[in-house]
Design a protein. Structure first.
Length: 205
């Protein structure tokens, strides 16, 4: 029953985390001179534009996954290196901040005495999942493996030959990431770190 409730709470949590992540990325790229995200209809908070079905299923069952990729055109950036770092690092920073804010709220909800016990559990469970999924999204996306954001940031610091060589393994890396999640390695490696961040934030109150 507890697992089922966690999955139900995770539905709105994954929508918030994924939409926020992809919207920030699309908007940042657009603001830096790239019109492609706008042409592709990604400058929107409509979940249907940002949710990837399989990525959402992975988040629903494991807490880790991805959204629909935002295609960008770095050639339009004024300073390509700095802009690329902003576009691909900012979404994870925003997810991390939102997750930490949610962790703070979850702590205070637990201190409310006038709220009925069942209602308190529901609100606390939802807010906790918002914290968990956002922080998990932030940590997972900094992995420097294509097609995750961390790979785009890493590419900025590599020479052209190295970028081309790494990009040639993108399909294999995608399969690896899917197996990494489905087998449970993402939960084993990143799960304790997510819980530690949530616990640390709550401990500051």
């Amino acid at each position: 029953m507890g697992l089922l409730l966690d999955m139900l709470y995770r539905i709105p949590a994954l929508i918030i985390a994924v939409v926020l992540h992809e919207y920030v990325k699309a908007t940042a790229s657009w603001r830096l001179g790239d019109n492609q995200p706008k042409l592709n209809g990604r400058i929107t908070l409509n979940p249907m534009k940002h949710i990837d079905l399989f990525g959402a299923i992975c988040i629903l069952f494991t807490g880790f996954g991805w959204g629909r990729p935002v295609f960008t055109s770095p050639m339009f950036y004024g300073n390509r290196k700095k802009a690329t770092i902003v576009v691909y690092a900012l979404p994870s920073i925003v997810n991390l901040v939102v997750g930490m804010i949610a962790a703070v709220l979850a702590h205070f909800v637990g201190l409310i005495t006038f709220m009925p016990y069942i209602a308190q559990n529901i609100v606390n469970g939802l807010i906790f999942q918002i914290a968990f999924v956002n922080i998990a999204m932030a940590l997972f996306n900094i992995i420097p493996i294509y097609p995750l954001d961390g790979a785009r940031v890493l590419a900025v610091f590599l020479n052209p030959q190295a970028r081309v060589k790494i990009a040639s393994y993108e399909k294999a890396m995608q399969i690896f990431l899917i197996l990494f999640i489905l087998i449970g390695f993402a939960q084993i490696i990143f799960g304790p770190l997510v819980y530690s961040i949530i616990g640390f934030v709550e401990g500051l109150q």
